[in-house]
Design a protein around this ligand. Structure first.
Ligand code: PGA
Length: 251
């Protein structure tokens, strides 16, 4: 399994036409992009089915959202099963913007993750500490508790479908990036935790991405550490040229 991944997260941005232009620019550039990295993009939900059909086969399509329930009377929700049936490969789960702005508790995150596993939908599990927690040097304790809760009852075999994204909340959309040392330290911590919970083989095969103001100018340095397998990229994924530069950081 190739651990390197560059994943874009458009959040609530782009019209369908802009989304299609981005996809065709990526398709045209594809032959020149390094082969040792998987490419993913999390697009707004209304575009998922169309883009999943039209995208270049190398691009993995992710949903930014997924329901914590199965089918039923849950107006406005969409299930992991529905996403799979539309050709979606992954869902982001536990993104800090969902946790902070839309009341997603650890329990909901865990329910969403279970729904994805049952439907065989890949998961990008996001975790990260707030600035006050970092200032109090509590980042490891916070990440450990988020991972313990989200991955409770998950097996080593399930981990094949799970990518972890470490996204310090103080670095998301703020322009303030974690230093390469801070990122490396946390990624090593996360991989060690996975190894203790499951086993070394699982830890070595799980991708752990960095997120938080990752951009072409700092990606090479961040991705250089052995435990940083790529990035979950918000702002800098909107422009396909920047996104291509991020992918090229692996060359
Ligand atoms: P950012 O967002 O790259 O704009 O900081 C990252 C994320 O929220 O996934």
């Amino acid at each position: 399994m190739m651990r390197n991944i560059v994943a874009g997260n458009w959040k609530s941005n782009k019209s369908i036409n802009e989304a299609r232009n981005w996809m065709s620019e990526m398709g045209e550039a594809m032959d020149n992009l390094p082969k040792n990295v998987r490419i993913m993009v999390a697009v707004p939900a209304p575009y998922l089915a169309a883009l999943a059909k039209e995208k270049h086969p190398r691009i993995l399509i992710a949903s930014q959202q997924v329901s914590a329930t199965g089918y039923g009377a849950f107006t406005g929700e969409f299930t992991a099963d529905m996403l799979v049936s539309c050709g979606v490969d992954y869902a982001l789960v536990g993104h800090s913007e969902r946790r902070s702005n839309f009341g997603e508790s650890d329990e909901i995150v865990s329910d969403k993750l279970k729904q994805c596993l049952e439907s065989d939908l890949g998961i990008v599990l996001c975790c990260g500490e707030h600035l006050n927690e970092r200032d109090a040097d509590r980042q490891e304790e916070v990440i450990k508790s988020q991972l313990e809760s989200a991955l409770h009852g998950v097996t080593a075999d399930d981990m094949k479908n799970i990518i972890v994204a470490y996204e310090p909340i103080w670095a998301i959309g703020t322009g303030r990036t974690a230093t390469a040392d801070q990122a490396a330290e946390m990624h090593t911590f996360i991989r060690r935790w996975i190894s203790e919970k499951f086993d070394l083989h699982t830890a070595e095969n799980t991708s752990v991405l960095y997120g938080g103001s990752c951009k072409p100018s700092n990606a090479k340095e961040l991705f250089a550490s052995k435990d940083v397998d790529g990035g979950l990229i918000g702002g800098a994924s909107l422009n396909s040229g920047d996104f291509q530069s991020l992918i090229c950081s692996f060359t």
